[in-house]
Ligand binder design. Structure first.
Ligand SMILES: Nc1nc2c(c(=O)[nH]1)N[C@H]1C(S)=C(S)[C@@H](COP(=O)(O)O)O[C@H]1N2
Ligand SMILES: [Mo]
Length: 306
């Protein structure tokens, strides 16, 4: 694993109240769970060696330029409309090939979770990128608690389907609910997290509150938001973008500068917040996470398995 310098809160927090956060973190100890804190408290999280030392985007950038088609097709729609989504109470149905299937409340899921801050690069298939300081825990830790049965080969995810609160779901275009999936070994990789916060606070609705997937070496559309269902399966699950346009979007969707989208190059990216005259940056294989994940794809033709 590549060890990178961790930023402290002063570096990553654009607000003036970072000292409070730092005090909370210092006093919180190593094994942290939301259950120990009052609901409205800032989230305490341990730093992670998986964090990049790249400078994070501002909270404003991360929360005002979004893809969350349940709320519309414009980048500004999620910030405008996602506030309508009720995220409390929230439960996640865990099923399929697991030992302990059931509907689990978010508080139950978070009770023993070790929350970490993971500052990750984030690369959308549309060739823009950000750096985001997520708070979350490994998907592997949740799947281990659910107990994965030997026959399971994939993990399927489903987003909330609630047209009454999601204007985009009242329009056509996508066969709702939004669905995604990972191969089991991708799901168990330590880089794969379920995020419940960013910048030390609960996840804003437009970023997929209250719980969303983050898979930093894949194009952003794999990182499904506002998850209500996780199913362990034997067969490769249906995924929204592949179902919509299989020639353009595959199941794997690994960030790869050498495999272009049929309509544009993936060789470089535009960093959000860079300004009008910022040069595009080269896109890195597996979004810079090759050391951790290249082995998952040994022997596979990545141009075919895009
Ligand atoms: N349910 C759901 N999840 C989703 C999307 C979506 O439209 N609906 N958009 C995806 C895409 S294309 C991207 S780039 C990221 C954007 O995440 P962000 O808005 O937090 O940056 O969310 C992904 N997850
Ligand atoms: Mo995206």
């Amino acid at each position: 694993m590549r060890k990178t310098k961790n930023l402290n809160w002063a570096d990553v927090t654009p607000r003036a109240d970072w000292i409070n956060r730092r005090a909370l973190i210092a006093g919180a100890g190593a094994a942290l769970g939301l259950g120990a804190l009052p609901a409205a408290a800032r989230i305490a999280a341990v730093p992670s060696a998986y964090s990049t030392d790249a400078t994070p985007n501002t909270l404003k950038e991360i929360t005002s330029y979004n893809n969350f088609y349940e709320f519309g097709w414009d980048k500004s729609d999620p910030a405008k409309y996602a506030g309508q989504m009720t995220t409390d109470p929230w439960s996640v149905e865990i099923g399929g090939l697991v030992e302990r299937p059931g509907s689990y409340g978010l508080d139950d899921i978070l009770r023993n979770a070790t929350l970490e801050e993971r500052i990750y690069r984030f690369r959308c298939v549309e060739a823009w990128s950000m750096v985001i300081p997520w708070i979350g825990f490994t998907l592997a830790s949740l799947l281990d608690r659910a107990g994965v049965q030997p026959g399971a080969k994939y993990v399927a995810f489903e987003t909330l389907h609630r047209p009454g609160e999601m204007p985009g779901q009242r329009a056509g275009g996508i066969d709702w609910p939004y669905v995604e999936g990972l191969r089991l070994d991708e799901a168990m990789n330590p880089l794969t997290i379920l995020a419940t916060g960013l910048y030390g606070e609960a996840l804003p609705n437009q970023n997929g509150a209250p719980i969303r997937l983050v898979v930093p070496w894949k194009y952003g559309f794999k990182s499904i938001k506002s998850i209500v269902k996780i199913t362990l399966t034997e067969a490769e699950p249906r995924t929204t973008w592949k179902a919509l346009q299989p020639r353009e979007y595959g199941f794997y969707a690994n960030v790869n500068p050498e495999v272009d989208h049929p309509r544009w190059s993936q060789a470089s990216e535009r960093k959000i917040g860079g300004g009008l005259f910022a040069a595009r940056e080269p896109t890195l294989m597996f979004n810079g996470y090759a050391y951790q994940v290249a082995g998952l794809y040994a022997g596979m033709d990545l141009a075919k398995n895009y």
